[in-house]
Unconditional design. Structure first.
Length: 322
């Protein structure tokens, strides 16, 4: 409700002289909404990137540390009560996307709705993806990423699985914990970490809001309302610039690598590294790119699928946090 129609709620609160607090809506007990709305009100936030869904982080962590497959890790999460009977909202990224919309709206002082957030789930992540990530010194997380454009004229909000270096603070977030990494001009890099769900943690956040409302009423004042003065447009996913990890199943014969490299070059996507492993007439080709627009990468993958020597695109994953 906050992600899709928060502006209406803010307007109703203002009309009736009431407060609108929702600390527990994102990252459970972690003090995050209030620091973004109040503590950093005098700063310029450029990026918010985080793990905001404990269920998906638990599943991916188990796949990483134990080598379990997706289904096996999901069954364990369900048995422990981390996953709902129908886990779609979590594993397909809907929950994280709603939280990304809320975070982007607060961080960039603009209205970002759930429909503005690009979303990919993590059900297609495989053990092979984790093996490839480890070769790169990375792990895989389902990330909510909200960014201000380099020229400051627009913002983007997205949720998808991504490889992040093991050296990044988010890489060490285990099990069902949440963590959000904030980059601001004056404050620098800030990390908010803790339990993102559960009865007691959620109750702590709700009671904190109630205490704030009571203090405001005793003082005859109201807390902060909606801050959307920038009115920045939300750019499409095609404008996002990042790195990519692409795994291809190809024919194991001379000239294949040259054909693939030509397709990348024709679409303006620069290759950083290539790994190839062949056996019995088939080969696996792993390409890691330099930074490129998402639209250019999509065009590249579409062209690769048309090559006779490419038998399939096994996986596509973005590389973040570098």
């Amino acid at each position: 409700l906050l992600a899709q129609d928060g502006a209406t709620l803010y307007a109703a609160a203002q009309q009736h002289g009431q407060d609108l607090y929702y600390e527990a809506a994102v990252a459970g007990a972690i003090p995050l909404i209030r620091p973004l709305r109040e503590s950093l009100a005098g700063d310029k936030i450029n990026r918010v990137m985080g793990i905001v869904n404990g269920t998906t982080n638990f599943i991916l962590d188990k796949m990483d540390t134990s080598g379990a497959g997706y289904s096996e890790a999901l069954d364990e999460a369900t048995a422990l009560g981390y996953a709902e009977a129908d886990p779609t909202a979590d594993v397909e990224g809907f929950d994280a996307a709603a939280k990304a919309a809320i975070l982007a709206g607060i961080a960039f002082h603009t209205r970002v709705r759930l429909d503005d957030v690009y979303r990919e789930g993590m059900t297609e992540v495989t053990a092979a993806d984790f093996a490839s990530a480890k070769q790169m010194g990375c792990t895989i997380k389902l990330l909510a990423i909200c960014e201000r454009a380099a020229d400051g004229g627009s913002v983007t909000a997205r949720v998808h699985p991504a490889m992040i270096p093991l050296s990044h603070p988010l890489a060490s977030v285990r099990e069902a914990y949440n963590a959000v990494f904030v980059e601001a001009e004056a404050a620098g890099r800030l990390m908010f970490y803790g339990p993102g769900a559960g009865g007691s943690p959620t109750a702590s956040a709700v009671l904190g809001d109630l205490v704030a409302v009571c203090r405001n009423k005793r003082g005859g004042a109201n807390g902060p309302g909606e801050s959307a003065y920038t009115q920045l447009p939300v750019s499409p996913m095609g404008d996002v610039v990042t790195r990519y990890h692409i795994s291809l199943d190809v024919a194991d014969k001379p000239g294949v690598l040259a054909q693939v490299a030509t397709v990348f070059a024709e679409h303006g996507v620069s290759i950083d590294t290539v790994r190839q492993q062949g056996k019995d007439g088939e080969a696996s080709l792993v390409v890691v790119t330099h930074r490129a627009p998402d639209a250019a990468l999509s065009g590249t993958v579409e062209a690769l699928r048309k090559l006779d020597t490419v038998r399939g695109v096994a996986s596509i994953m973005r590389v973040e946090g570098e």
